[in-house]
Design a protein around this ligand. Structure first.
Ligand code: ADP
Ligand code: MG
Ligand code: MG
Length: 199
């Protein structure tokens, strides 16, 4: 079973890898966007960690809802509301259960991904975070490691795609040949699940 501490470790591990990879995320965004994806997420996850410490939410759902709310209010870019929606929706599905199963987590993330689709209007193949998140959620039933591999492949597979949503879509064909920054950060988020599971 996964308790509030697991979810806290997940968010903390994500914040750490966002810090570690911030320059890379920003470099990817400088090729097809406005060079702020790394700093957007660093600012957002730093605020999330501060709030988690202050408010000490004690259920999985409360941890995710709080993290989502904080991302929405601190990240100005497109990724803030999208990641915020992912986590808030997932948190809502988990409700106030003190512990959840991996299957419940998968179901909650599926709902979160549906929220991202509804908010941003993107579909698979549009070269967005969904191209990492959807395969990850599909693979979650096989465990966190399988989800991590699926997200990483999904992110790499955005390189030959032409962006149809977000800033990168303004570039048209010139968006081809660059890995999507949001799909790359989504792979970090999913990889952090395996880290959290190590305890
Ligand atoms: P901004 O583009 O506003 O500067 P960021 O740089 O933080 O925001 O985030 C860019 C990432 O957000 C993109 O790489 C893409 O993965 C994701 N993104 C942008 N628009 C959408 C959308 N409509 N649906 C899903 N993801 C999107
Ligand atoms: Mg940007
Ligand atoms: Mg921006």
């Amino acid at each position: 079973m996964l308790d509030a501490d697991f979810f806290r470790r997940w968010i903390t591990a994500t914040a750490a890898s966002v810090d570690r990879e911030a320059q890379r995320l920003t470099a990817l965004d400088s090729a097809i966007g406005d060079a702020d994806h790394g700093s957007n997420l660093q600012r957002g996850f730093a605020a999330v960690l501060a709030t988690l410490e202050k408010e000490a939410p004690d259920t999985p759902g409360a941890v995710l809802s709080l993290a989502g709310r904080q991302l929405i209010s601190t990240v100005g870019g497109a990724s803030g509301p999208l990641y915020g929606t992912l986590l808030r929706r997932a948190g809502k599905v988990l409700g106030d259960a003190p512990e959840v199963t991996e299957a419940q987590l998968a179901e909650a993330l599926r709902a979160g991904v549906d929220g991202v689709k509804a908010l941003g209007g993107a579909a698979p193949g549009d070269k967005t975070m969904l191209d990492a998140l959807i395969p990850a959620v599909d693979a979650l039933g096989e465990g966190f490691d399988a989800a991590r591999r699926a997200a990483e492949s999904g992110a790499v597979e955005t390189t030959p795609m032409q962006a149809r949503k977000g800033r990168a879509s303004y570039l048209g064909e010139r968006s081809i040949g660059h890995q999507d920054p949001g799909a790359t950060s989504s792979a970090l988020l999913i990889a952090a699940l395996a880290t959290a599971a190590e305890g």
